[in-house]
Design a binder for this molecule. Structure first.
Ligand code: SF4
Ligand code: MG
Length: 284
């Protein structure tokens, strides 16, 4: 199936988000999904535009609030493959509360963060992912706050699927998105997606020099949480691949007692006419 639509992205030429879009579309197609089985919910930021560029259900939500919308969608219709997407400012600043609690809750959705370590849409301010010393309009003498490390954070709050990739590696990026979707539970995928306009430090060349690909390490065991934490700390978070996966952890849906088999979106509201009439009378 073709998950491309006719809308032309208005990202700057060379923006890393193009690859995230392509990888997402390929992953959906490789998994044999149909456009009507997929929903992409995004937040605000350059990356937030992604939901308008996929031939599937799309919802461009509110700043930092893609996750509550995506979780609600999934719980109402479990037949949908739900992907939330946004930037590092969206997910790790204003939306950080939702990110942490979504990981704990473990609803079966996939969250893709396009991490460019800067605020792009508002023309280049320091983000929670900017490293100390990073100079922008908002920090002309360099940032004096330390950066958030999302992979380590996710491991400490009990994530079942933690992966990282980079826009220049379309093959790995597509693979981790596929695996994230297949994982039963919340999947966090952080993608180093360079902002070619406002981040002149963390460039494609910089990542080429600094990233360590776990796929090339045959001794790496992604089911070992302490090994995952150790690897991340050893390389200052600059690793790619599936960092950790716990296949035993049950999703939120599986944990709810008495959760109806039939998704809410497919239940016939008219079945219980008496209840329905009462409800209508109440709100009349
Ligand atoms: Fe991409 Fe940066 Fe341009 Fe936004 S400002 S579209 S993040 S390159
Ligand atoms: Mg950003």
């Amino acid at each position: 199936k073709d998950f491309r639509n006719k809308v032309k992205p208005n990202w700057c030429p060379g923006c890393g988000d193009f690859s995230v879009l392509a990888a997402m579309q390929r992953a959906f197609a490789n998994l044999g999904l149909e456009p009507h089985d997929v929903a992409v919910v995004s937040g605000i930021g350059c990356s937030g535009r992604i939901s308008g560029y996929v031939n599937a259900y799309g919802l461009h939500g509110v700043h930092g609030r893609a996750l509550p919308i995506a979780q609600g969608l999934k719980l109402a219709n479990r037949d949908l493959t739900v992907v939330a997407a946004g930037g590092d400012g969206d997910g790790f600043a204003i939306g950080m509360g939702h990110t942490v609690h979504s990981i704990r809750r473990n609803v079966d959705i996939t969250y893709i963060v396009m991490d460019n370590q800067v605020y792009g849409l508002t023309k280049g301010q320091t983000s929670p992912r900017s490293e100390m010393g990073f100079k922008t309009k908002s920090t002309p003498s360099g940032s004096i706050e330390s950066a958030i490390h999302p992979m380590e954070m996710a491991l400490t709050v009990g994530a079942g699927f933690v992966a990282q990739s980079v826009s220049s590696d379309l093959k790995q990026l597509t693979h981790v998105i596929e695996e994230g979707i297949k994982h039963k539970g919340f999947s966090l995928i952080n993608v180093y997606s360079p902002c070619v306009t406002y981040n002149k430090v963390n460039t494609y060349d910089w990542f080429k020099e600094n990233l360590v690909n776990l796929d090339n390490d045959e001794n790496y065991d992604a089911s070992n949480r302490s090994m995952a934490m150790q690897k991340l700390m050893e390389h200052h978070g600059l690793v790619t691949g599936i960092i950790y996966q716990n296949k035993e952890r049950k999703s939120y849906e599986e944990m709810i007692k008495g959760f109806k088999e039939e998704p809410l979106a497919k239940q016939d509201l008219m079945l219980d006419r008496e209840h329905f009439d009462k409800l209508v009378a109440e709100f009349a």
